[in-house]
Ligand binder design. Structure first.
Ligand code: ZN
Length: 349
């Protein structure tokens, strides 16, 4: 697992990806060096840095709240949530995809942007109240009239708080709006799929339609990036293109995953045992307990469920047991190899 576990929220482990530390440094320095000095004058240098770091951490907290929104609603529908990972693009809540129905996928997907809007509104209310409460003093500081040294640090820190809240109010709304762009892996892609799923009754068809629309949007991002580069914004343009390419890949991955799910859900461990006799050859009595740590599969379990279980618990090998008897050893590669053959149309069972 890449990244640093930093604790749990509601029992869900939170992992900080290494790329996130890079973002923290870039964000803090651009806020401290550009954004805050442009809006607030007369602060000592350390206060710009402190405010920049606090704001960047606030952004991290905002993304975490967004992901918790998805996670808690998912859990409410009985969908297991493995972990929340925060990385360079923001965050992702890793969860199962066994949504009971279109409505549940819709609510799980929309929960993140809703939380972001609420966080933004809360920050805005705090920002407005603070500004109204301290309006006169802040104006005085803005005009750089020297204040008594004893009062100044307190007022400055309140002014810095106004800056933090103002930024968080805006960025949370941006977060909500950007996430509603209709393309995987963004929430908008999932919202779109759940709506089409609800209308057509077919998850697979809904995935295909959502992926096609997402692909158009991703091409739009790439085109926009090219325009940005041509008009002189190299870094911004590259970033936009990068997002477009990332969305293309995510769309394809989602389609593959749904295809695999369809194929594997209809097949059972027993099917794979028939297809691949190697699996039963490993049935050496007494071998099971040390590999399993008490975890095993039954021949009647569907292969999609088994694969998800292995991925979730990071297990490569599981014994196949029935009535306390070892029937074989199932490896993750066996399922993946079988899936590849199925998707190539090689076998029909
Ligand atoms: Zn989200």
């Amino acid at each position: 697992m890449r990244g640093v576990p930093i604790g749990k929220a509601f029992g869900i482990p939170i992992i900080l990806d290494w790329s996130w530390f890079l973002v923290l440094v870039l964000f803090s320095s651009s806020l401290a060096g550009g954004y805050f000095p442009a809006r607030f004058s007369g602060w000592p240098g350390w206060l710009y840095w402190l405010t920049g770091i606090v704001t960047a951490l606030g952004l991290f907290g905002s993304v975490l709240l967004h992901e918790l929104g998805h996670s808690l609603v998912a859990r409410g529908f009985g969908v297991p949530v493995t972990r929340i990972r925060l990385f360079i693009f923001g965050g992702v809540a890793e969860m199962g995809d066994e949504w009971p129905h279109a409505g549940s996928e819709f609510l799980i997907a929309i929960a993140g942007p809703v939380v972001s809007v609420l966080t933004g509104v809360a920050a805005f209310v705090g920002w407005a109240l603070l500004r109204v409460g301290l309006g006169m003093d802040l104006t005085m500081l803005d005009m750089a009239i020297p204040a008594p040294a004893a009062v100044l640090p307190g007022l400055l820190s309140l002014e810095a708080l106004v800056g933090v809240l103002g930024y968080l109010a805006a960025i949370n709304v941006v977060l909500a709006v950007f996430n509603m762009v209709p393309g995987f892996p963004l929430d908008g892609g999932r919202v779109l799929r759940s709506v089409v799923w609800g209308l057509t009754g077919s998850l697979r068809q809904a995935t295909n339609i959502a992926v096609i629309i997402g692909r158009i949007v991703a091409f739009g991002f790439i085109g926009l990036g090219v325009v940005q580069i041509v008009t002189g914004s190299l870094v911004g343009g590259l970033w936009t293109i990068f997002i477009g390419i990332f969305m293309q890949g995510a769309g394809r991955a989602e389609q593959r995953s749904q295809l695999a799910k369809g194929l594997l859900q209809e097949r059972f461990v027993a099917h794979l045992m028939m297809h691949n006799p190697q699996i039963t050859r490993w049935a050496v009595p007494g071998l099971a307990p040390e590999i399993t740590h008490g975890k095993s599969v039954s021949p009647d379990e569907d292969l999609w469920n088994v694969l998800k279980r292995m991925e979730r618990n990071n297990i490569g090998t599981m014994p196949i047991m029935r009535d306390g008897q070892l029937l074989g050893i199932l490896r993750r590669e066996d399922i993946l190899g079988y899936m590849q053959m199925l998707s190539a149309g090689g076998i029909r069972i």
